[in-house]
Ligand binder design. Structure first.
Ligand code: MTE
Ligand code: LUZ
Ligand code: MOS
Length: 749
């Protein structure tokens, strides 16, 4: 079995990350001087003391920027370095360039900023009340909610809050920029979006994009945190390298990274849900106040996905959902695995939990009665293609003997006063494709060398998710050669240009397809050569490194064929391009078909809460997940487990806290709790849906990077259900994360 091709290097500690790259002679180091204040006018920057520090070479501010001081990607609202105002604590104001990282950091402490401090706005509802928006509100409408409320037997309203989340990738943000004799730059960046870095470096330095080469070997994790927010550090390094004509490296430390970079968007939302007497949801209405932070970053795209996933796996005939991206004085919040989907799903699941209570039904029964059907239409106008929501849900209940769980939990709860069990089911439906249709394109460059070995470049960035292994497998299978003959090369804007970020779970889909097309182009030429060599008229194929005619192996090996093709002057390289077909979306009507397909699944969760201490243990999470025809079962299992734990931690442990002045209080791993092995569920079962091929993606597979994160939401409701068993009749709490502190408050306040 093929293992993850990165694993041997990782376990031997030989994988190279940005900070491990050999530093060319004369490399300088940058440290970022950031605003200590959340909001204010920047009157002056006093640099004399810092300049006098030993080892300091130069200190760069906005005034030194040769091109545009602008790094905003979707909306141009974000300066690289602050000019006359600061908008959040941690906003970069200056870059100290020195001979060592230590000297640069020492000098940063000597920079004096003269800031006219103003009160910050931190809360999205307050920002909305003051009219501080990133963009106009968005609204999706299906059916007629207003006309429906009167026909509902049960109508409930409520408020739901969910917190942010620190990405905590193991490798910090960073980049190294090396200038060449033409003044062009080679940038090594820990980014999910090499082209975004290239474009922004070019814009800020006033260069053509052809003067900027960005190369990425791998990331020590990204999780969305490096989709957009790797850019600033790469551009700062490039700015230093360009002005000083020396290599410059900027690598953040953990504390800097936590303070200066954005995280998952906190949301505060209001909803109204209406049901008939049979527990069918007739209408759902919601307003999402997204805390966008101080600049747009990807917030509008994240909000769009919240709206698209506002009804999760459910068929709801009347829907009106409104999203507002609210500008506050916090670091710009950004992409994080799930990309707004989790926030939207947490709201509908909260509404369902309350509705179930009101209807006197268990939540899982209410969920089950409302799952998507073959004729369901989403509020964005798209019909569900091959809905598998019910298949996954029913299979999870049957496979894991849900009735036994319920019986045992009821018996346990009847027999125990201090400890109570809680159960939940969590169905997930996640759309695959960038919601911004334009981004759904990818490229590949395949070289077959004369010895038959194959080098592959694509736009995909390896960040632990195994995309290199998946693309390698696609290439080896398409060419019909052993895996060992294929190497996946680094991601480089000179080999594959104009790329989309590795994001939206779509990297293997998009780049795998481009790589397959490139291989097919080379294969077509090789077949012509083989036909001539063998004088064969039958159907030619390559299998296990050997040419076959009509399914029968010949003596001609792949290596011989490639060598012969070269002798006959055959092009052994191919560049290919793939754009997802048939997707479209019209933002003026809010209708279209933004996703190529959906991923489905259901997770069942059991927890035990200690009613005395407020702590909980996660007994088991068992899921049935639709991975299509998995490209690699081991990698996909790892993705499902990792995403699950990240989702669980978002709704339970990870408590992102800012003080009243907008300063991050949870700014280290001693005060920001992340999950460890002891916290993880005692048992995690991942069963992939069987006979679940998917003609809409490469080799019948389905994307998996993000969807399983949302199974974690089930843990919130399992804990809540245990709490309701401890304190019957007490209203629920819908404010994630449900930390042990919050559990205690629920029990004893
Ligand atoms: N897995 C690991 N180990 N590290 C990561 O940074 N990022 C996730 C997911 N899985 C991530 C990961 C996110 S946010 C996305 S969008 C997908 O991987 C991107 O990769 P894919 O498109 O190849 O699935
Ligand atoms: N990034 C993006 C994403 O730019 N658009 C998306 O739709 C998306 N979805 C999930 C994760 N990242
Ligand atoms: Mo993932 S949030 O699309 O990088």
């Amino acid at each position: 079995m093929l293992r993850n091709v990165d694993t041997p290097l990782h376990v031997r500690g030989e994988s190279v990350f940005v900070d491990d790259l050999p530093e060319p002679d004369g490399t300088l180091h940058g440290a970022v001087c950031a605003s200590p204040v959340a909001h204010g006018g920047l009157r002056a920057i006093h640099l004399d003391d810092a300049r006098a520090c030993p080892g300091v070479v130069r200190i760069l501010t906005a005034a030194d920027i040769p091109g545009q001081n602008e790094i905003g990607n979707i909306i141009a609202d974000e300066p690289l370095l602050a000019e006359c105002a600061v908008h959040y604590v941690g906003q970069p104001v200056a870059l100290v360039v020195a001979r060592t990282p230590e000297a640069a950091r020492e000098a940063v402490t000597r920079v004096r900023l003269d800031i006219d401090e103003q009160p910050p706005v931190l809360d999205p509802r307050a920002a909305a009340a003051a009219g501080h928006f990133i963009a106009p509100p968005r609204r999706l409408v299906l059916g007629d909610v207003d006309a429906t409320w009167a026909h509902c037997q049960t109508v409930l309203e409520g408020r739901v809050d969910s917190g942010g989340q620190e990405h905590l990738y193991l490798e910090m943000q960073g980049a190294m920029a090396v200038p060449d004799e033409k003044g062009h730059l080679r940038v090594y960046s820990s980014t999910q979006g090499p082209t975004a870095v290239q474009r922004t470096v070019a814009r800020v330095l006033g260069l053509g994009m052809h003067a900027v080469q960005v190369e990425v070997r791998r990331l020590g994790g990204g999780f969305g945190g490096k989709e957009d927010q790797a850019t600033a550090w790469a551009v700062l390094a490039a700015l230093g390298a360009c002005l000083l004509r020396r290599p410059v490296k900027v690598v953040l430390r953990r504390g800097e990274d936590m303070r200066m970079t954005g995280k998952r968007h906190p949301y505060s939302s209001d909803y109204r849900i209406g049901l008939d007497g049979a527990g069918k949801i007739l209408a759902f209405e919601a307003t999402y106040y997204q805390n966008a932070g101080a600049a747009a970053d990807l917030s509008t795209a994240v909000l769009e996905r919240t709206l698209f996933h506002s009804t999760n796996s459910y068929h709801i005939p009347n829907v009106r959902v409104t999203g507002m991206s609210c500008r506050t004085n916090l670091p710009p919040f950004t992409a994080f695995r799930g990309f707004g989907g989790p926030q939207g799903m947490f709201v509908i699941e909260s509404a369902i939990a309350r509705a179930a209570d009101a209807c006197g039904l268990p939540a899982w029964e209410l969920q089950r009665r409302n799952l998507l059907e073959a004729d369901s239409v989403f509020p964005y106008g798209m019909r569900v293609y091959d809905p598998r929501a019910r298949r996954c849900f029913e299979e999870a209940l049957a496979r894991y003997h849900w009735e036994d769980w319920q019986r045992e939990a009821a018996a346990f709860n009847a027999a125990n006063r201090r400890f109570k069990r809680g159960l939940s089911a969590m169905p997930v439906c996640f759309g695959i494709s960038f919601t911004n249709t334009m981004l759904n394109q990818a490229g590949a460059l395949v070289h077959v060398y004369t010895d038959g070995s194959v080098g592959v470049s694509t736009a995909a960035v390896e960040m632990g998710q195994g995309v290199n292994t998946k693309i390698l497998r696609v290439v080896a299978r398409t060419l019909g050669i052993p895996d060992a003959r294929v190497s996946i090369d680094s991601t480089d804007t000179r080999r594959v240009a104009n790329t989309s970020p590795t994001a939206a779970s779509a990297a293997a889909d998009l780049n795998g397809m481009a790589a397959q097309l490139a291989c097919q182009a080379v294969l077509e030429r090789l077949r012509g050569v083989a036909a001539a060599l063998l004088g064969a008229a039958g159907r030619l194929a390559i299998h296990d490194g050997r040419v076959q005619v009509d399914g029968r192996a010949t003596d001609l090996t792949w290596e011989q064929l490639v060598a012969a093709a070269y002798m006959r002057r055959t092009n052994l390289s191919a560049q290919a391009y793939f754009a997802t077909p048939d997707i479209h979306y019209d933002k003026t009507t809010e209708q279209g078909e933004p996703f190529r397909y959906h991923v489905f699944g259901t997770a069942l969760t059991q927890v035990t809460v200690d009613g005395l201490r407020g702590t909980y243990t996660l007994d088991a999470v068992r899921m049935v997940h639709d991975a299509g025809a998995s490209l690699d079962v081991l990698i996909d299992r790892g993705q499902a487990e990792g995403a699950l734990l990240q989702g669980i931690a978002w709704v339970t442990l990870e408590d992102l806290l800012f003080d009243a002045k907008g300063r991050l209080m949870s700014n280290s791993l001693t005060n920001y709790k992340v999950p460890d092995l002891h916290f993880a569920p005692r048992e995690v079962d991942v069963a992939f849906l069987e006979e679940a091929g998917n003609p809409r993606a490469v080799l019948q597979s389905k994307a998996i990077g993000e969807p399983p994160l949302m199974y974690g939401i089930g843990t919130y409701f399992a804990i809540l259900s245990a709490l309701r068993a401890l304190r019957p009749g007490r209203p629920g709490v819908y404010d994630a994360p449900l930390t042990p502190e919050k559990v205690l408050r629920f029990l004893y306040a």
